[in-house]
Design a protein around this ligand. Structure first.
Ligand code: C2O
Ligand code: CU
Length: 471
């Protein structure tokens, strides 16, 4: 049977093992900018997502592990990766959030031919922006990413902010069966019509962590990356006061999250500065509170008996800006982009309705301006002149949240529901609440055909994607 396993049961079993287990560090690969490329092999593997006595889980991963190796480079470095396909199906690698040349963007049938089984493809591009990014396939991503193909890509600032430790937490949410394997109902129609593939097992860096050791007075830079197909996290750090210093890799004025809850949708990244202000030997619990009724303990922060320092350091949290072109908001061209579809959405109006109903009969659930994308060759939704300032007025007319991602560019989020945003944050993936209107502004300065899609991967597969052409 494929019933969900009880996380509480797992945690109890884990607790019986006692002892403070540290979150094991990820494998880090420093890109060698001159010599041979880094090799990343997409292949089946196994992972100990759950601690003993549970057995391992069959996954797909880069180099057979999950997450794949953390790639670290310095800003401006050239990244060279030879992608090898050890899967039984075609694949690609997309460098999420990195402003690559179009040919390096990893979108099958749009920017490259898919990498055949047993084949390889050399990706080579510069890292113009410092920050927290990630990589994943763009081929049948609802299954390939869902089975574990992803890894962090960290681009270091020449002058980073001072912290005691710089940690990456790559979050994922797995749908597991009672026997500890991944449920194989990838791309189910039910998931596609609703909130996507929500799982029952949350991991940090490929593990269900029990406790993470910290020290009183310590300052962390915590790079959160949400690699889940569909789950949105809302992290509550208890008595701690996380400060958001970057969003989707781009610096933002340091600020506390609204209501103290750190909300991060699929594909998004948040860099937090976290001062550990608890007493020695204390334990602080990080809880995910995003979905009503599904609150659970993510991990405990366990303080060492010895203190690192007695007060919070006064080091600056302000990251240096990246070289992004500033959109001319007053002169920008404006485009209305309406999202429809899914269960319980608003009625579709007028002529578009008949067309959308017809598309739904063919299995498409989600629409951008009345069109559900199917197949490989897509006419662009919009063609934007190279170098022009653009505003997208996006309107979520559905009952579901959607993290909307544009390739090849970062954009400023300038308004929500007609109100200017406080931080005008740069993002590459913006989470839209049900019925929300969001305006984004950017300079279309990267030529090529770029994907524009929901990063709930089941929504993307069921039509919620399109192409934006810049030329
Ligand atoms: Cu994270 Cu179109 O991708
Ligand atoms: Cu969506």
């Amino acid at each position: 049977s494929q019933g969900p396993i009880s996380r509480r049961g797992l945690l109890r079993a884990g607790a019986a093992l006692a002892s403070v287990s540290l979150l094991s560090p990820m494998r880090t690969a420093w890109a060698d900018t001159s010599g041979s490329p880094l090799r990343l092999r997409a292949a089946a593997g196994t992972a100990g997502l759950r601690s003993a006595p549970y057995g391992s889980t069959d996954i797909w991963g880069y180099d057979g592990i999950v997450p794949g190796p953390e790639i670290r480079v310095r800003q401006g470095d050239r990244i060279r990766v030879m992608a090898e396909n050890g899967l039984d199906e075609e694949t690609t690698i997309h460098w999420h959030g990195i402003r690559t040349p179009n040919a390096m963007d990893g979108v099958p049938h749009l920017t490259q031919a898919p990498i055949p089984v047993g084949g390889e493809f050399l990706y080579a591009f510069d890292a113009p922006d410092a920050g927290t990014f990630w990589y994943h396939p763009h081929q049948r991503s609802f299954e390939q990413v869902g089975r574990g193909l992803y890894g962090p890509l960290i681009v270091e600032e020449a002058n980073p902010i001072r912290v005691d430790r710089d940690l990456t937490w790559m979050l994922d949410d797995w749908r597991m069966t009672e026997d500890g394997q991944l449920a194989d109902d990838f791309g189910s129609r039910h998931d596609a019509m609703h909130g996507g593939r929500i799982g029952n097992t949350v991991t940090i860096n490929g593990k269900i962590p029990e406790r993470i050791a910290v020290r009183s007075g310590e300052r962390l830079r915590l790079r959160l990356i949400n690699a889940a197909n569909a789950r949105i996290f809302g992290l509550d750090f208890g008595d701690l006061e996380p400060v958001i210093v970057a969003m989707d890799g781009q610096p933002v004025a340091p600020h506390a999250p609204r209501d103290g809850i750190v909300v991060i949708g699929p594909a998004m990244r948040l860099d937090l500065v976290l001062d550990l202000t608890g007493r020695p030997d204390a334990v602080e619990t990080v809880t995910d509170v995003f979905y009503d009724g599904l609150e659970y303990r993510l991990v405990d922060l366990a303080y060492d008996p010895d203190m690192l320092r007695a007060s919070v350091p006064d080091w600056s949290m302000v990251l240096p800006p990246n070289p992004l072109a500033e959109p001319d908001v007053a002169a920008a061209a404006r485009h209305r982009i309406v999202f429809n579809g899914g269960m319980m959405g608003q009625m579709m109006m007028g002529d578009a309705m008949g067309s959308m109903m017809g598309q739904m009969r063919q299995g498409n659930m989600w629409f951008i301006n009345g069109v559900a994308a199917t197949g490989h060759i897509m006419d662009p939704l919009l063609t934007l002149p190279l170098g022009s300032s653009q505003i997208f007025e996006m309107d979520n007319r559905t009952a579901w949240p959607h993290p909307i991602h544009l390739h090849g560019h970062s954009f400023r989020v300038i308004a929500r529901n007609g109100q200017p945003t406080r931080h005008r944050e740069w993002q590459d993936t913006v989470l839209m609440a049900p019925e929300e209107r969001v305006e984004i502004a950017f300079v279309a300065d990267n030529p090529g055909d770029w994907m524009f899609h929901c990063h709930i991967l089941e929504h993307q597969a069921a039509g919620m994607m399109g192409v934006i052409r810049v030329d």
